[in-house]
Design a protein around this ligand. Structure first.
Ligand code: GLY
Length: 432
């Protein structure tokens, strides 16, 4: 099988690697691999502390992926001969004021549903776990299985591992999926995925609005959620946190992720203004430093090395879009805050979907759920449900025609050409 993948971010490359390992001929298309969300992400693998009310459907997939990460990391390092900075450090979530403490208690209720290991801590116990915590901290929660990895190192390793497995990379931006010479196409272009749409009844997606005029269609409602992140460095014998520290500081959320190398990542702001404003503002730097220093005063001594801004690929329900769009096209995008955490499970499930073997992506991530007022018949291949393990090879050719021509009012489309506006975030590149 010949597979074309749009987007050489970490998701696209991991899918490519797994598909090539399964025997497919894979080509990845991206004008600038690694310049998107993977470049900015902090790399938390946090099925507990990244859980949010309203996103419960993500829980089992996050858990699967987090559990797969240790073996995935070992396999990737062996396949690439590169280290990826996977660290088995626990995560500590703390608060500094009564309101912050109350927020943590509220979160703790949700975390307990995850059936993963969580422990409520007094301030004293929290400081015992993390001696660099400020004395202002009012207690928190320990999540021993929430870990972290270095996303830039992961991306570099995936490039090597994929290439060694036979994956070819083409440095080009794809405008029309129909031009790709492939049996199957995977859209893993992060925020740039929104430019593709497909007419129900056609075999391929396109960016060509004229070609779609008047037809019912599938869309990929991925929107950019901007985040600024700081990279600092501890030098000499400056101590660094021995946990990933997350916290609420007077209602503001901040995280501090420490790497073996002494790099300390502080993130992240979150706002939605399309692809506007590509550089970090003084205000963002000020806020992130102020909040992180309130939690870990030692940060004031570190060297500030980098301010980066990226775009999380968000969807209307904050769940990813993973699954089949039409008989030739598969989505693996919209991972919002959890692209790095979800690499192993996304790669496994999309490779399974393409091969027609094993469990495919969860139904909750069905990428057609926002198309045509949620009419799931649009673009669906008759007899081929979006359920795990449905073999592609046996699927009939016909596609159920659309029931309605009206556009989906819930769809949120990105700008027609986000690439023109994203020097600091490659729209071809996947999610993180
Ligand atoms: N997952 C961390 C963030 O989105 O900032």
């Amino acid at each position: 099988m010949r597979i074309a993948i749009v987007g050489a971010g970490s998701i696209g490359l991991a899918v490519a690697w797994r598909a090539a390992q399964a025997g497919a001929e894979v080509v990845v298309h991206d004008p600038e691999p690694g310049s998107g969300a993977s470049r900015v992400a902090a790399g938390m693998i946090a099925p507990v502390t990244e859980a949010h009310y309203g996103e419960e459907a993500l829980g089992p997939f996050m858990a699967e992926s987090a559990d797969a990460w240790p073996d995935f990391a070992r396999e990737l390092e062996a396949a690439s001969d590169l280290e990826i900075g996977f660290r088995d450090l626990p995560t500590l979530l703390v608060g500094v004021e009564d309101g912050d403490r109350a927020e943590i208690d509220r979160q703790l209720e949700l975390y307990r549903y995850s059936a993963r290991n969580v422990e409520a801590l007094t301030a004293r116990a929290a400081r015992k776990v993390e001696p660099l915590l400020s004395h202002r901290v009012r207690g928190g929660v320990l999540a021993p299985e929430d870990r972290a990895v270095d996303p830039r190192a992961v991306h570099a390793a995936l490039l090597v591992a994929a290439e060694r497995a036979g994956v070819a990379t083409v440095a080009e931006r794809v405008e029309d999926l129909a031009t790709l010479d492939a049996d199957q196409v995977v859209i893993a272009a992060g925020c740039g995925s929104a430019r593709f749409a497909g007419a129900a009844g056609s075999r391929t997606g396109t960016c060509d609005e004229d070609a779609l005029a008047g037809s019912a269609r599938w869309t990929l409602p991925v929107r950019p959620v901007r985040g600024a992140v700081l990279r600092l460095r501890a030098v000499g014998d400056q101590p660094t946190p021995r946990t990933t520290v997350r916290g609420y500081v007077k209602g503001h959320s901040v995280y501090i992720v420490t790497r073996q190398s002494g790099e300390v990542v502080v993130g992240a702001t979150s706002d939605e203004r399309g692809f506007d404003r590509l550089t970090g503002t003084a205000g963002a730097v000020h806020d992130l430093l102020r909040w992180s220093i309130e939690l870990v005063p030692e940060i004031v001594e570190y060297h500030l090395e980098e301010v980066s801004v990226g775009f999380r690929p968000g969807t209307p329900d904050n769940l990813p879009l993973i699954g089949r769009l039409d008989e030739r096209t598969v989505a693996a995008t919209g991972h919002y805050r959890n692209g790095i955490a979800l690499i192993p499970a996304t790669a496994r499930s999309v490779a399974a979907l393409l091969a027609g073997e094993g469990a495919g992506p969860p139904k909750a991530f069905d990428p057609l759920r926002f198309s045509e007022n949620g009419d799931r018949s649009v673009g669906r291949i008759e007899g081929m449900a979006q359920r795990p393990g449905t073999p592609f090879a046996g699927a009939p050719e016909s596609i159920v025609p659309a029931g309605s021509d009206s556009p989906d009012p819930r769809s949120v489309s990105g700008p027609s050409d986000p690439g023109d506006k994203r020097p600091n975030g490659n729209p071809e590149e996947g999610d993180s």
